[in-house]
Design a protein around this ligand. Structure first.
Ligand code: CAA
Length: 414
């Protein structure tokens, strides 16, 4: 049975901090940001915005674009590591804000940045399990990446949400049922209960990511081996490779590792490719990876949504050219769990290659470091939307330990 992503929509907060300015404020060479990490700017959420409002804004954009009656959604999953309550799921607030019907399975998933993929796979399995029944799930990945001000993680913050309609008529990506997973209990990145900012062992987290990539890709490749010629690399069969991208340089490191594993496993060509591996990797990075990184370089880390922001932005830019082509996707969540999977862009992908990424990025207001620090300190306090607010929903405030949400005034007027 064909199952996959029928359509995607993106929401990114309306405020952007250029990272060159952050570098100057922190006394760091700007090249460390632009070249060392590959980041340009990061999206900043104002105090009236949290993961619920971002997820709902992405979901509302998606349901409108796909002309889907919310009552027909049978499963609503929200993946996040920026949950707002230890018991009450983000998904149930989103369920109300979007007007999804009562006969719906609704829950939140957590496993650091991997949860977006856990939700997508769960939804795809649920659609498959329906057999002939026409099941449709709404999967939303949403996060605000926060590290302490002035810490090495600070330039790798960001915020955003990606909503995906998962069903039997995938017009964005047909998701292959065979995948490879990897899990290991590691302390690379975590956020103890009660803390707003994540704790991270930065360099170790990069090692854990690469280890997990090796584990998943080696297993996936072994499954595909019978289909490959003795001197053929699997990466050559994949038109684009998308990686979980906390910062674009991480995708470059990941790609280098994947290409090396791939060619080492093709002994008939390794003697020829091995000595020029750096050139081979650089060339395939330019064609297969860089095109998917445009948006993340301007948004920053969106944790669970990161891989799907890459996918949305890639389809928006190249949906038509990629019709019928196969993509490889790698999802990593610290702690850790990872998955490598593939999917094919359907022939009619152009019809849905409009996730709204460019439009959202164009509408942003550029802020300075002082304003960013003010917003970061007031994060999730609630209140009136500031000028330039682009969201559809707002967090009014938190009263008696209860979060109160509503429609943004501009959205009400629309
Ligand atoms: N010009 C050009 N490049 C420069 C430079 C300059 N003036 N100064 C430094 N650089 C380069 C460095 O050489 C380095 O490049 P390489 O990695 O290729 O060697 C790069 O800039 C980073 O500099 P540092 O090595 O000094 O690293 P740092 O102390 O700034 O920390 C980091 C980098 C560990 C990624 C940190 O930003 C961090 O902790 N980020 C959060 C954790 C994270 O994103 N981990 C990724 C894997 S885990 C994951 O993916 C899950 C998740 O989403 C969190």
């Amino acid at each position: 049975m064909t199952v996959g992503i029928e359509r995607l929509a993106v929401y990114v907060p309306g405020y952007a901090l250029p990272l060159g300015e952050l570098a100057r404020a922190r006394g760091v060479p700007p090249e460390k940001m632009t070249q060392g990490l590959g980041v340009e700017s990061m999206a900043i959420a104002p105090p009236c915005e949290d993961v619920v409002t971002m997820a709902a804004s992405a979901g509302a954009r998606l349901l409108r674009a796909a002309r889907v009656d919310p009552e027909t959604i049978g499963m609503l999953l929200v993946a996040t590591e920026t949950g707002v309550d230890n018991a009450k799921p983000v998904a149930i607030f989103v369920h109300e804000l979007l007007g999804v019907g009562r006969r719906c399975r609704v829950y939140e998933l957590k496993h650091a940045c991997y949860a977006g993929t856990a939700a997508l796979m769960t939804a795809a399995d649920w659609v498959r399990a329906g057999g002939g029944k026409r099941r449709r799930a709404l999967v939303i990945a949403a996060d605000i990446a926060r590290y302490a001000l002035g810490s090495p993680g600070e330039p790798t913050q960001g915020a955003g949400a990606v909503a995906m309609l998962v069903g039997p008529e995938p017009k964005a990506l047909v998701v292959d049922a065979e995948t490879a997973t990897y899990a290991d209990n590691v302390y690379d990145f975590w956020r103890p209960i009660g803390r707003r900012e994540a704790l991270v062992d930065g360099k170790y987290s990069v090692e854990c990511y690469l280890e997990a990539l090796g584990g998943t890709f080696t297993a996936y490749r072994a499954g595909e081996q019978p289909l490959l010629g003795p001197g053929e690399a699997l990466s050559d069969r994949l038109a684009r490779l998308l990686y979980h991208t906390p910062f674009p340089k991480m995708a470059m490191k990941a790609h280098r590792r994947l290409v090396e594993i791939d060619w080492r496993a093709a002994p008939a060509r390794w003697a020829e490719v091995g000595p020029v591996l750096e050139e081979v990797t650089a060339a395939s990075y330019r064609t297969a990876v860089a095109p998917g990184l445009e948006a993340v370089a301007r948004v920053g880390n969106t944790y669970t949504a990161s891989l799907y922001l890459c996918l949305a932005s890639l389809l928006e830019a190249e949906g038509a050219a990629l019709a019928g082509r196969r993509l490889g996707l790698f999802s990593y969540g610290s702690g850790c769990c990872a998955e490598f999977f593939t999917g094919t862009v359907p022939a009619d992908a152009t019809a849905v290659a409009d996730a709204g990424v460019e439009e959202m990025l164009r509408r942003r207001t550029v802020i300075d470091v002082a304003e960013y620090e003010r917003l970061a300190r007031a994060s999730e306090a609630g209140g009136e939307p500031p000028p330039g607010f682009t969201g559809e929903f707002v967090l009014h405030g938190i009263r008696n330990d209860r979060r109160e949400y509503g429609r943004a005034r501009a959205a009400l007027a629309a």
